[in-house]
Ligand binder design. Sequence first.
Ligand code: AMP
Ligand code: MG
Length: 463
Amino acid sequence: MNVIDFENTYSKLGPQFFEEVLFPKFENPELLQFNQELAMDLGIDTKGSSEKELALIFSGQKILEGSMPLAMAYAGHQFAHFVPQLGDGRAALLGETKGFDIQLKGAGQTYFSRRGDGRSALGPVIREYLVSEAMHQLRVPTTRALAAVLTNEKVQRHYPEPGGIFTRVAESHLRVGTFQFFAAREDTESLKTLVKYACTRHYPEASTPLEFLLAVAKKQAELVAHWMGLGFIHGVMNTDNSSIGGITIDYGPCAFMDEFDFQKTFSSIDQNGRYAYINQGPMTQWNVLRLSECLIPLIDEDSEKAIKIIQESLEFLPSYIKDKITEKMSAKLGLKAPNEKLCNQFLTYLQENKLDFTLSFRNLPLLKDENQDFYPKTKLLEEFLPTWLEQGSIEGLELINPLYIPRNHQVQKVIEDVYKGDHQSFKDFLEVLKNPFEKNEKLHHFHLPPLEDEKVTETFCGT
Ligand code: AMP
Ligand code: MG
């Protein structure tokens, strides 16, 4: 029996949607981590496969029957600047199974690589493995991690680093940028094909391009509310990283905040704070508008009429996004009904006192105790407390507010350990993140925010 039963529905859309990929040779790929539970869910049969064989499969060295490796075409607005052709420059779709894409990242150049080497350093592979699996356990729609492979070859970054290959699983890799690719070419037929395909994979209930657009808009609003509720900063919300299925995709310079700050950014390339924490809602809206522009010719032959329909249909979106975020924050505070003012009061208090975002929500029950010493007793707290005590309940909050998140400094430390050949902390961290709401007696140190000298203030794209 084949290890994976592949389908190739995407490749059947037509040659304009992709370029085939030939993987380069890796002499000695080695399996670092494999997600057996996810494999089982996907019906992937590894019973007869050695670790070596899995390393060969998940580094593009052994192509399974039925797999047709390809790089997907897409465009995108990068920091608001439109690039008509990006595409998978270091990723290759092996095929789909049970409706999920199986994609290798870092396995070599493709047609779309431009000047890039198509490879990935091991650091970003470990980072994406940890963070995407954590997001899944935190109940956030996300791509998943199936495998991490060591290439045992160096890649040249700021300095030579060990190479890695990541296997990403996604409900699809369709992006706003996929639509922009065809819109930029005025290829209306391909856009129609793409809408139909996206609906089949994500929104079977949508029967028109407009219904599809609204479904994406709502899904993305829900997604950004999840991010806001975790202090998660995606870092590169470019339209090429904006998923049509409303899942978190492309864990590059992303990070979870420790000390709360509305304006927080981590990414070294986000100099103007375009994708700062607080801007993520408005940026979601911006990305949906870019998708809507692509759909104009499908909504009405008369483009003015189409634009008017779109504008009216999307009028609800800014307040919808805001409401989703307020609902999420209110739930985290244990409020019986959403209360934007109270949420803002609490967050402002966190910022003013440089409190840790995650622990400040997790420790909320302490606020019932007058002698607690986690929350500094300031004027803002005095203003917040009476209403919170009246409107909030701490019951069940430990199932909403996690204890463990993939904190930046710990992710960094794990990467350093693996670079030194010690894989234990990677495995430990994965174990803790499997159960982020429950205290892990043995590995509790992972809940700790960074000390001053442990802080990681800047993150980088995977390249
Ligand atoms: P990202 O910032 O990771 O979303 O990537 C943006 C674009 O750069 C995409 O088209 C990627 O395929 C491409 N890219 C990123 N890293 C590499 C690399 N190492 N080699 C070739 N292309 C890359
Ligand atoms: Mg990307």
